[in-house]
Design a protein around this ligand. Structure first.
Ligand code: ADP
Ligand code: MG
Length: 330
């Protein structure tokens, strides 16, 4: 059974960055305002995510890492209106089958926190009382220690670390009311560092730099056309002053970080036609759709999103982008 669990877990957590994504999404779900990530050896030695969220109750600790244990999905109707990012209750459990997980947490009003370690879905010992300030810290050590082949394919720790930095950068641009930091273990300087803000431009500036931030145009589908009110969209796109070698597209649909290759291509096409010299833009788009238009049952590791009426949505975004670019170019 343990081999089966390990294989399944290895599917959910494919690389260190998948673990970081799940941990950070949990921290966001816990209403944190500050999330910091420390990574050692590309995440294979250590991933540590600390937040200042609502913490985990003592009585939830024994089952925290059991598969399908989640605090976020109680009824079938919830499935239709998923707000929180996690709903499968599989991420933490999976991590315990392919790494050593330590949770330190404190809930509001408690005098001390608790620390527990987990292996293969179960607590290794009773929760131990310990000092804690606020929120939750989760450490995953020795990821894939029991998956030799996986470890071998992940030898390039610089590559995995840059994937983690890229992930945190994207979260920081969208979740501006949360401050993020990401650093290598032992490093004094953080590679991502933002403070909670109410200005999206400030967030983009602190992550992607002034030259990106200076070139941004706000986009929005604020027209009153009822046929387009199925979805709301807003974001920032770069103008002719921003020249890069490849496109950066930060896309959130219903607050979930996703990829949409078709949309990315569609936007590149608009830029190639209107701003050929700046045809590799920076694009941040946040789309809000009725939940029933988004297929939430795609495999947990798949970032590629599947949407109902995808073509209509892409065309709409394309036309908003195009008209903004034409205006800015006049
Ligand atoms: P899911 O997010 O799908 O519910 P996870 O396996 O990611 O499943 O997490 C299991 C549960 O652990 C969550 O439902 C939540 O109750 C709790 N949890 C995990 N991380 C945190 C955190 N940082 N702060 C508070 N609760 C957490
Ligand atoms: Mg989760």
């Amino acid at each position: 059974e343990s081999v089966v669990n390990r294989i399944a877990a290895g599917e959910v957590i494919q690389r260190p960055v998948s673990a970081v994504k799940e941990l950070v999404e949990n921290s966001i779900d816990a209403h944190s305002t500050s999330i910091s990530v420390v990574v050692k050896d590309g995440g294979l030695k250590l991933i540590q995510v600390s937040d200042d969220g609502h913490g985990i109750r003592y009585e939830d600790l024994p089952i925290l890492c059991e598969r399908h244990t989640t605090s976020k999905l109680s009824t079938f109707e919830d499935l239709q209106s998923i707000k929180s990012m996690g709903f499968r209750g599989e991420a933490l459990a999976s991590m315990t089958y392919v790494g050593h997980v330590t949770v330190t947490t404190i809930t509001k009003g408690q005098l001390h926190g608790y620390r527990v370690t987990y292996r293969d879905g179960v607590m290794e010992h009773e929760p131990k009382a310990c000092a804690a300030v606020k929120g939750t810290q989760i450490m995953v050590e020795n990821l894939f220690y029991n998956m030799i082949a996986r470890r071998k394919t992940l030898q390039n720790s610089a590559d995995d670390y840059s994937k983690i930095v890229d992930l945190l950068s994207r979260f920081a641009v969208h979740h501006i009311h949360v401050g993020f930091s990401c650093r290598k273990h032992g490093a004094s300087r953080a590679d991502v560092h933002t403070v909670a803000t109410s200005s999206r431009l400030d967030a983009i500036r602190s992550v992607y730099g002034v030259s990106v931030a200076r070139s941004l145009i706000k986009i929005e589908n604020s027209d009153n056309n009822p046929s387009s009110s199925v979805f709301k969209m807003d974001g920032f796109i770069s103008d002719s002053n921003y020249v890069a070698k490849k496109i950066t597209m930060v896309l959130f649909i219903n607050d979930r970080l996703v990829e949409c290759t078709a949309l990315k291509r569609a936007i590149e096409i608009v830029y190639a036609a209107t701003l050929p010299k700046a045809s590799k833009p920076f694009v941040y788009i946040s789309v809000v759709l009725p939940p029933e238009h988004v297929d939430v049952n795609v495999h947990p590791t798949k970032r590629e999103v599947s949407l109902l009426n995808q073509e209509v949505i892409i065309e709409k975004i394309q036309s908003v982008v195009e008209s903004k670019l034409r205006n800015s170019n006049e």
